[in-house]
Design a binder for this molecule. Structure first.
Ligand code: NAD
Ligand code: ZN
Length: 356
């Protein structure tokens, strides 16, 4: 094995460096992965720009990256389901497996979760990375490494749709057509939604949503009142949506998601904006509109993989840019400023398509 373990390390605000790190030693229940594709997520950019997200504060250098796929290079003694050479998607959060939440099957709520590139834990934009083997999912031969990396955001979309109870015939409103809104759109369609209307402030993002099969798109003005836009949503859809999924988290989108949802329906909040937004709570309670949160995903990777492997969902259109790990700074700049209509920026740790 080569000694090159080039790694992208965030030292602090606006201080992302490439440096050599030792190749990790694995425990009996872990695998060593030769990383392949790592997508940049809004949260990675947020740590670069602000050094924190809420209570998660960068206090020491942290390896960045968490939307990843790689090739198994070594297996621990206890690992039965993976072998050297397997191509895998890597679910980035590893819970304790012992607490009440873990035992109840809601491991995304585990207080001891170790999550890639959430301080203080290292991520996986590096050539060699070790991970809990049971959080690695073997990819079928026809699923690409890039698609494997995209299972991370897609799992958020699957989880959001499951939380909303999207099913056959659902009429869904998705707020925000960023990567998360778009994967939520894809998941909702695959789960049987009859209509999906997606909103954004940026027409170019809505154009992508339309290409991906959104039945309706609605360009919002920044200063429109949520009540007025809710009426427009009803007009365009011809019905009131029974599920609204806020993939933006601005106060205005959360307000709109409540006003627009039909009585007895469900609002799911995925986007993280203001911690205490002004929302029409009495309107929601008087119409029995349920408001639910989403935190990452839980047991959703297998479903996300099945959607991609079966061809029901095509996530590839989300990728707009490709960079080599040596171009990490440029990749982050492209994602941060949305250069060239960037949606999902993919970093290749191996030369692109080496392992497809
Ligand atoms: P993004 O910033 O790329 O996308 C947000 C989109 O919303 C953009 O296209 C933007 O133009 C649009 N937008 C902004 N204001 C709007 C408005 N008033 N009305 C309609 N659209 C508006 O971000 P993303 O990567 O797609 O992530 C979306 C959100 O989801 C972020 O807040 C992120 O932190 C959050 N997130 C949450 C979880 C979770 O577990 N809950 C997981 C992943 C991401
Ligand atoms: Zn736990």
């Amino acid at each position: 094995m080569a000694n090159d373990n080039l790694t992208a390390v965030l030292y602090g605000i606006e201080d992302l460096r490439l440096e050599q790190r030792p190749i990790p030693e694995i425990a009996d229940d872990e695998v060593l992965l030769k990383m392949d594709s790592v997508g940049i997520c809004g949260s990675d950019v947020h740590y670069l720009v602000h050094g924190r997200i809420g209570d998660f504060v960068l206090t020491k250098p942290m390896i960045i990256g968490h939307e990843a796929s790689g090739i198994v290079a070594k297996v621990g003694k206890k690992v039965k389901h993976l072998a050297v050479g397997d191509r895998v998607a890597c679910e980035p959060g590893v819970p304790c497996r012992y607490c009440d939440h873990c035992k109840a099957g809601q491991y995304n709520l585990c207080p001891d979760m170790i999550f890639c590139a959430t301080p203080p834990y290292d991520g996986n934009l590096t050539r060699y990375y070790k991970h809990a083997a049971d959080f690695c999912y073997k990819l079928p031969d026809h699923v690409t490494m890039e698609e494997g990396a995209l299972l991370e955001p897609l799992s958020v979309g699957v989880h959001a749709c499951r939380r909303a109870g999207v099913g056959l015939g659902s009429k869904v409103l998705v707020l925000g057509a960023g990567p998360i809104g778009l994967v939520t759109l894809l998941a909702a369609q695959a789960m049987g939604a009859e209509q999906v209307l997606i909103t954004d402030l940026v027409q170019q993002r809505l154009d992508v949503a339309k290409e991906l099969g959104a039945t309706h798109t609605l360009l919002m003005g920044k200063d429109e009142s949520a009540e007025d836009v809710a009426k427009k949503v009803h007009q365009v859809m011809g019905v009131e949506p029974d599920k609204s999924i806020d993939c933006c988290g601005a106060e205005s989108t959360t307000r709109l998601s409540i006003f627009a949802t039909r009585s007895g329906g469900c609002v799911v909040i995925v986007g993280m904006g203001s911690p205490e937004p002004k929302i029409p709570l009495i309107n929601a309670l008087a119409r029995e509109v349920d408001i639910r949160g989403v935190f990452r995903y839980c047991n959703d990777y297998p479903a996300a993989l099945a959607l991609v492997a079966s061809g029901k969902v095509n996530v590839k259109r989300l990728i707009t840019h490709h960079f080599d790990i040596t171009e990490t700074a440029k990749a982050f700049e492209t994602s941060r400023y949305g250069h060239g209509g960037a949606i999902k920026v993919m970093i290749h740790v191996q030369p692109r398509d080496t392992n497809n």
